[in-house]
Design a protein around this ligand. Structure first.
Ligand SMILES: [Zn+2]
Length: 225
């Protein structure tokens, strides 16, 4: 059976993301959650602390664009010491809030600099998850385990978090990618700002993909502290 994994981005506030994660938990669907440390609410932290099926990865610090970084929180123009400090603080904040170790990282906008990769390696992160296209474009190199996503459930970047694609088109894309790719295919979701008419669709989508494909998990990313 073809292998996939689910990655939910921009988790932190008490919005539809929490409902989406609760749905996955109830159906025992393994899900990676890219959590923004500076946006983490007490309610979401409580859920993540007890969750069995949602694995937390760090998603930047505040997901804010750096002054001269286009869609990048940690561009090469930001000093390495400053990047190190921000990522380390973010990890401590997450670990203290959910009571589990954080070993995986998702760059905001899936974009980062080689310098930030070095910082993550120095801080002992074991795994990074960006998107395969940007990763290849930036020619990033790392000793970490790379689990990039290849599929975006948003219809286009302008509608990133408000709408969701038809499940048939996503399934077709998985089938095409599977012909050339051995690794599990990563599927990225943004649901925090979904319009109400797309919310049911998003829940149906993840359930349907889970029924049709083998969903892999990444144990060891969140050991209990
Ligand atoms: Zn993001």
């Amino acid at each position: 059976m073809k292998e996939i994994f689910h990655r939910l981005d921009d988790v932190g506030k008490n919005d539809f993301s929490l409902e989406f994660m609760l749905h996955c938990e109830e159906l025992r669907i393994p899900l990676l959650a890219a959590v923004i440390p500076a946006r983490l609410s007490a309610g979401v932290a409580r859920f993540l602390r007890d969750s069995q099926y949602v694995t937390v990865l760090q998603h930047g610090f505040s997901h804010a664009e750096w002054v001269d970084g286009r869609n990048d929180e940690f561009p090469a123009t930001r000093s390495k010491a400053n990047v190190h400090h921000a990522i380390k603080c973010g990890r401590s904040l997450l670990e203290d809030s959910i009571g589990k170790q954080i070993n995986g990282y998702v760059p905001p906008w899936n974009k980062t600099a080689q310098q930030t990769i070095s910082v993550l390696e120095e801080l002992g992160f074991s795994t990074i998850s960006g998107d395969s296209e940007t990763w290849a474009l930036l020619k990033l190199q790392t000793t970490m385990h790379v689990i990039n996503i290849s599929i975006d459930c948003a219809p286009c970047h302008l509608y990133l978090a408000v709408a969701i694609r038809e499940k048939e088109s996503i399934k077709e894309e998985i089938e095409i990618l599977k012909q050339n790719q051995i690794d599990p295919i990563g599927v990225m979701y943004h649901v925090h700002e979904l319009k109400p008419e797309y919310q049911r669709k998003a829940l149906d989508l993840i359930e349907s993909l889970t029924n049709d494909f083998q969903v892999v998990n990444f144990p060891g990313l969140n050991r209990e502290t």
